[in-house]
Design a protein around this ligand. Sequence first.
Ligand SMILES: C[S@@+](CC[C@H](N)C(=O)[O-])C[C@H]1O[C@@H](n2cnc3c(N)ncnc32)[C@H](O)[C@@H]1O
Length: 557
Amino acid sequence: MEANCGYCGVPAKLKCAGCQQVYYCNPDHQKKHWKAKHKHECVKPYELTKSDEIGRHFVATKTIEKDTILFSENPLVIGPKWNLADYEQRSTVVPCVGCFTDCPLGQFYCEFCRWPACKPDCPGLGNSNLHGLECGVLRFGRPPKPGDDPEMFFDYYRYDALLVLKCLALQIRNADLFDQLINLESHYNARKNSRYYADTDERVVSYLFRNFLDPLQKLERKEGKVVLKMCDRKTLHMIGGILEVNAMIIPLSNGREICGLYPMGCLLEHNCMPNSFYTFDCSKGMKLTFKAGRDIQKGEHITTTYTHSLWGTQLRREHLKTNKYFACKCSRCSDPTEFGTFLSALRCMGIENEPCGGFQLPINPLAEDSDWKCNRCPVQITHDQVNFLMSKIGEEVDDVMSRKSSVKEFENLIHKLQNFLHPNHFHLQTLKHSLIQMYGRFPGHRLSELSDEILRTKLKMCHEMLTIIEVLDPESFRLSLYASVILLEQHAALIELHKRQNSLTASNVKDALSEALQSLVRAKNILRNEMGTLQGKKLMEQIESALENVKAQSGTK
Ligand SMILES: C[S@@+](CC[C@H](N)C(=O)[O-])C[C@H]1O[C@@H](n2cnc3c(N)ncnc32)[C@H](O)[C@@H]1O
């Protein structure tokens, strides 16, 4: 859309991200108009509201166009991930406390608190928004010395407790920001009886008191001065809950992930079919930007997703219930077929193991203990039977995915699971997504070594997955990495198949190349919505180089 510049009146395309109403011909005129007038009249296209069921959430007050920037903001706090797997906790390569780049445990340290740094003069060490936040408290600890038992290092440098300490220490630097943080949802009461609470109690709360907070409070008592006004076990548990419910994962360009809390970003409501998405700018202090992923109508809630879009309904709802303490009732969760994708459907075994060709679907997908019924015959199965089958299948899939399994192992498992699951079932999709990348890359399975039949299978699987994505993420802002991988593989199979078909006429060759070209162009467009992860950057390089090749072949360069 184009209108006239709100400052000088010439045709303009740049739109005010706040109100979506006023256009500018250049950023300078936008700045001048803001100072002179617009800051008094600009109103955001959404408002913050509250309900008993959802808590705080945003509602659009006017139509918001796709790609509109909803807001950009700096984090309240960022730090190492607070839920680390055992192997991550026992890694000798750790994130620098100043800048989070990888550094070997035991090489360089912050000179004040003796926590590992990438170099002694890392700029983040003195930055009050980064290490400056917690350094003063960490100084109360007694770090192990070179030559001490390596176990003492893992016990002392607990990276998964650092973010809780950073949150706590925010009250020293900025009381207003701490106030915003501590008022985020923690689900303290619901969480109190969960295993997460018990785990946090030892792993984080006791650890922080034992090593740093007890000595600090002892000094506070001695000097009659309080530095940390809110500093008891309940506050630390509340912060643990706040992180569990709200923390956003920030993928760094070095492949490491950290966590952050954001004042507005953490207020967005969940939906399994969200209408907005976000990116981080790692060069600007991990600034978060939320954008409209599609047109949002007046009155619609502005939503994001807290879970995995390609998990089936039961798994997504269980994850949301256990980690975010609510039961999702969105339109996707309410539809047993998940908009016709059959992503969770099981094959009906019929009566006396005579499959009827139909599929088992939950009778009431919003009831945790719902039984399932066939969409073709009268057979029903119980919730327990479904659970048993799914946990067995889940274990087999995890096993094959978690080790270096061969192409044959993937093919065999897919073949076996097709007897029990709908071809679109999410477990099969996970396996197929890996297999399409193995076909063409694994030794003995390079593209030129694949039979025509396998190449066609690869293409068929790509097509099947893209059809599902088109339903579950029609505007491609949620599954951008996943979809781009498929499109790149689709292009590779197309090029290889057509290389082999000597009998093709010149116009058929052109069609094949143009189909491959379209896949790549689409992949490149989709990847623009990606967060700038290492994986995304590498994929973009591959897509761009493939684009060059195809363009050269088709003479469109
Ligand atoms: C990241 S917070 C969002 C902000 C929160 N509503 C608040 O007032 O602070 C996540 C929490 O919001 C609530 N929530 C978010 N999406 C919801 C939904 N679709 N249905 C019910 N509750 C939801 C849940 O309590 C969830 O644990």
